[in-house]
Design a protein around this ligand. Structure first.
Ligand code: NAP
Length: 312
């Protein structure tokens, strides 16, 4: 029988650890702080900003909200970053993208102090990640490995080192923020690492790779990309994808809500019900990797705060 990994419980555990560590720091007169930088009012970014604020409050962090208008210039935004870089109360800076088109991602990211780059966006930190000298593992990839390490220890009773070394890890997706860092972190753990992406699918080769995976990590943003035929019997499947899809009944007809609009729901990239019995362990969506991601970001902010105060 498969283990459906309880990522919500992992997130709650991590929050308890964060609260405890924050209290210890506060007893020394130090409070960690996160600043978000949202330019304009992109809906998705506003939702994420709200979550970061809520978690900061819960953990006892300071929270700083920088929200220049959508017509702010690149210079305006870089000035804000410089101000945050210089503020000792800000341990970590989180730019929320997409930025409006007049603002270059690269220019803003490159202006962030590398010691406050808590989601590993800066090329310096990404380079260190590739060289296995990680300062701040990016939050989502870090969540994937936090989940896998806890599973290795708690369920398989294995040292994570033995769990990963030589394991066949296949990553689906090669974005800069998820797929590539997930793959680097797999290599850093001495796993045999394969990265598949949209061109693998276009050549009809996705299944050839994914069915070789002991650990399959999927981050493509495509609902139902991975079905039972794409998974090896007894594999461990981590579904990073988050997709909004329309709800249909057993005849394929739309299911409507009270207002007569078609209902939608959140799903991952893996067809959970069809795949789960083939796996040894699997993460659900919702209640999966996303339940751990924000906590990893806060863990990085705590680390940045300790570094800034000479405690690490
Ligand atoms: P992204 O930038 O759109 O990247 C998606 C990746 O998947 C790309 O490398 C793309 O390849 C690849 N891909 C697309 N279609 C594919 C297919 N049919 N077969 C194989 N590969 C395919 O997205 P992202 O930012 O990496 O995020 C990926 C997913 O994770 C999204 O659903 C996002 O919402 C979710 N996410 C979840 C969390 C969390 O905490 N759970 C955090 C961040 C993101 P090409 O680049 O070659 O097109």
């Amino acid at each position: 029988m498969t283990t459906v990994i309880d990522c919500v419980a992992i997130g709650e555990d991590l929050m308890k650890e964060l609260v405890k560590e924050t209290e210890e720091l506060k007893a020394k007169g130090i409070t960690p702080g996160i600043a978000t930088l949202l330019v304009g009012d992109d809906f998705g970014s506003k939702m994420y900003r709200g979550q970061v604020e809520k978690f900061c409050l819960e953990a006892g962090f300071n929270y700083f909200n920088e929200n220049p208008p959508a017509d702010a210039t690149e210079d305006d935004v870089v000035e804000i970053v410089k101000k945050l870089n210089a503020n000792p109360e800000v341990s970590g800076i989180l730019p929320l993208r997409p930025f409006p088109e007049q603002i270059s991602d690269t220019v803003v990211i490159n202006s962030i102090d590398v010691n406050k780059d808590i989601d590993c966006f800066h090329p310096f930190n990404m380079g260190k990640l590739a060289m296995n000298e990680v300062t701040f593992p990016p939050a989502t990839p870090a969540a994937v490995y936090e989940i896998l390490e806890r599973y290795a220890r708690d369920v398989e009773k294995l040292d994570p080192k033995d769990f990963f070394e030589g394991a066949e890890i296949v990553v689906v997706g090669h974005s800069n923020i998820v797929g590539k860092p997930v793959a680097f972190l797999a290599l850093n753990r001495n796993a045999n690492t394969t990265v598949s992406h949209v061109f693998t699918s276009m050549k009809g080769n996705l299944e050839k790779h994914t069915t070789g995976a002991d650990i399959l990590i999927v981050a493509a943003g495509k609902a139902d990309l991975i079905g039972p035929d794409q998974v090896k019997e007894g594999a461990i499947v981590i579904d990073v994808g988050i997709n909004r899809v329309k709800v249909v009944d057993e005849n394929g007809q739309p299911v409507l809500n009270d207002k007569g609009k078609q209902k939608t729901k959140t799903v991952g990239d893996v067809s959970f019900d069809a795949v789960k019995d083939k796996t040894k362990a699997i993460t659900p969506v919702p209640g999966g990797v996303g339940s751990v991601t924000n906590r990893m970001l806060m863990k990085n902010a705590l680390k940045a705060c300790k570094m800034a105060n000479g405690l690490l």
